[in-house]
Design a protein. Structure first.
Length: 312
């Protein structure tokens, strides 16, 4: 199923959902309440609500632009659908407030929307000049500029190494701190220049030298690993037996965590022993889908622990 890009009256909110048919298909036996933890433009939520009348959906996003766009996109399904401005780490508390206990499923399409990547003022991209911000929720938390200023050169290098898996992290951190000391680190393009100074301009496999550094800083600014852990905990704690959890990740640090979660055999049956990837056609149509990996788990109906006890 090819879906048109979301392009609502939110100026320029454009996002093409990845692996849309595969995600939708994963919920073919589901009825009841499903959480979409990454509403974005509402693409996955829309497909689920449209195809499955027995599903109701609570969607969340930490980006107010996404909440606005998804609310409009899903308005035709009210009261079956609702969208709220909440980060992964706040969803459990919000469910408690709403009196929601267990859920029938959860979908998360991690990472950035094309809207976030394309909006220069969000500072996510090294292709457009913008402030060193990088927050998915610009109303709270530390910006990338503040993070770079606060961290020591050594800690900055550790962030770039751990979250960007960047082997040139020490050289990069030194060049970033030098640029900051000279007053030459105001924008995304300044940051890219500092990385190029450290690594040289060569593109490896067509990938810009600044890619890993930008990924690392964005992940640190948004505490993405801790956020993902909170969401995986929520899926385990809240999914009913038979409930479906579907995670799309875009890089190995996320995918490894999702994979590790679904290895907990007393909680999950792995529906996708190997991650699903986008078809050649989807990859040709939507380059963002090239690094997407979908893993789906089904909450065991009866824990293996219970099965073991029964056998004794
Ligand atoms: C790839 S987009 C989702 C697109 C959506 N599935 C669609 O089809 O339109 C990812 C969204 O997840 C949101 N997001 C990422 N991390 C989040 C977090 N920790 N809490 C809440 N939202 C988050 C981003 O703000 C972004 O809007």
């Amino acid at each position: 199923m090819t879906m048109p890009a979301t392009n609502l009256d939110e100026p320029g909110f454009t996002h093409v959902s990845v692996l849309l048919e595969e995600v939708t298909q994963a919920f073919s036996e589901t009825s009841g309440l499903v959480i979409d933890a990454t509403a974005g433009g509402g693409g996955h939520s829309y497909a689920l609500l449209k195809r499955y009348p027995n599903i109701s959906l609570l969607a969340f996003d930490r980006d107010a632009d996404a909440v606005h766009a998804a609310s409009q996109r899903l308005a035709e399904f009210a009261p079956r659908a609702r969208v709220e401005h909440v980060a992964f780490s706040g969803i459990s508390a919000r469910l408690d407030e709403l009196g929601v206990g267990e859920i029938s499923g959860l979908v998360a399409d991690l990472g950035l929307s094309s809207h976030q990547l394309g909006a220069a003022e969000r500072g996510m991209s090294f292709r457009a000049e913008g402030p060193l911000d990088m927050r998915m929720d610009p109303t709270r938390g530390e910006t990338a500029a503040e993070l770079i200023a606060r961290l020591s050169q050594e800690d900055l290098a550790d962030v770039i190494y751990d979250l960007g898996e960047e082997r040139g992290s020490r050289r990069i951190a030194r060049c970033i701190k030098q640029a900051l000391a000279r007053g030459e680190l105001e924008t995304t393009l300044d940051l890219r220049r500092a990385v190029v100074k450290a690594l040289g301009p060569r593109r490896i496999g067509g990938v810009d030298p600044a890619t890993r550094t930008f990924q690392a800083l964005r992940m640190a600014v948004n505490e993405e690993i801790d956020e993902l852990s909170a969401l995986l905990d929520l899926a385990r704690a809240r999914c009913l037996p038979g409930g479906i959890a579907a995670f799309i990740s875009f890089h190995s640090l996320e995918d490894r965590r999702v994979k590790r979660e679904f290895m907990k055999r007393d909680f999950w049956q792995r529906i996708t022993p190997k991650p699903l990837v986008a078809s050649d056609a989807e990859q040709a149509e939507n380059p963002r889908s090239r690094s997407a990996k979908l893993r789906v788990g089904c909450r065991q109906s009866q824990s293996l622990f219970e099965l073991d006890s029964e056998e004794e």
